[in-house]
Design a protein around this ligand. Sequence first.
Ligand code: KIV
Ligand code: ZN
Length: 515
Amino acid sequence: MSDDRLIIFDTTLRDGEQSPGASMTQDEKVRIAKILEQMQVDVIEAGFPIASVGDFEAVRAVAKTIKNSTVCGLARALDKDIDRAGEAIKPAASGRIHTFIATSPIHMQKKLRMQPDQVLDQAVHAVKRALQFTDDVEFSAEDAGRSELDFLCRIVEAVIDAGASTINIPDTVGYNIPHQFGETIRQLIERVPNADKTIFSVHCHNDLGLAVGNSLSAVLNGARQVECTINGLGERAGNASLEEVVMAVRTRQDVFACDTNIDTRLIVPASHIVSSITGFPVQPNKAIVGKNAFAHESGIHQDGILKSRETYEIMLAQDVGWSDNKLILGKHSGRAAVKSRLKEIGIEFDTETALNAVFDRFKNLADLKHEIYDEDLMVIANQSHTKNDNLRYQLVSSWVCSETGEIPRAKVVITIDGKEVTGEADGSGSVDAVYSAIKAIVPETGVLELYSVNNVTNGTDSQGEVNVRLEKNGRLVYGKGTDTDIVLASAKAYLDALNKLAVEIEREHPQHNGV
Ligand code: KIV
Ligand code: ZN
């Protein structure tokens, strides 16, 4: 691997999925993996196969589908984890096992209850075992950010000798500061005698908002793989965001001695897909992919932009996938036009059924809203491709009466496991009445912790996008709904979250127990 290449290792499907409420189905993981592959992500970490049968099957499905990126499975430094990961990545054209064990004093003493030498032996054993399945083995020293440098050097040297071709240095708890984290990487590369036989990688969490800063500092000090996620999804405050790392390196080629292979024009479509599948909204002021990232509201800025773009813009919106030609299609546009525009904005379907379902939604939307923008297309394309009859709750119809001086009232008809049920209720407003009507017929709704509405495009005929978060017995789920009628969008978002709550998920968390 030449020194001027920065490997992008995306862990949206593994660490990203560890964000509370962000769990994804096999089908959803495959959809996200496909756009990551199209973006030319080098390594896709598809999951933690030992966690559950579902996780194993999802990693296997991604491994079967993806041809141009390496597909990786996570495994603790345990035989059973490694064997399961090895089995899951077997169908991959290029497969990697990523095995890890904690190396910080606090983790070794309190979590593992192991001596440093035992940890080192187990790490070496794990790498050797993983090599029986693939010659592409990555080792992570969990909580490296709080580990002692001497021990870190020792364990890194030993696992490189054992055959690990990538060494990942995670700041697991997001504790590091950029200059210090960069120095750790520099020292490791300088002090470990066989450092030239491996690629140094970093994996930073965002607890202090420094995940991207720490990752970039590591790159400046010799790291050549960054682990990151779309929209910065991930455990707690998330991981380094892929779009920020990639665009910082691409935009500041005067500072970085390397660049990625990423096709940046697919960044915004990928962000939309991940947000719509997980239900996690993207904050409007989020760098690169937030709605306002390229919006110039203030008069002074606009004037500056009109005179010369470079006065306030350091990147081109189109380079990251925001479209300049936004008004595109209407009621009379045909299937071919829709298909071709979808392709231009990075969305392709491999079955006719999936494309037909999107085209039907396009026609329905075009009947209500005359001008269909790229943002509208992304929303309808990212809704589930096929009707899912397995969902417990499905909306049949809703009726709302809201009149000045009267208490709003709603009637909602839904199917619960295929059986039609009707609920009616009053509320403080139309949305509240609809939610109360649903609560009247759904036995366990949890607590509604978040409700927000955003418009997809401008104008009162825009689709409204509603995001909700429900909590039940400590479990969080997100729901999303879109419709030109925000009361219907609200009902859809609520039912989406309730459907997720209805699916019990039993899975092991990679970092909470075991080694
Ligand atoms: O944050 C972390 O340390 C991890 C490891 C499993 C790499 O996610
Ligand atoms: Zn992590």
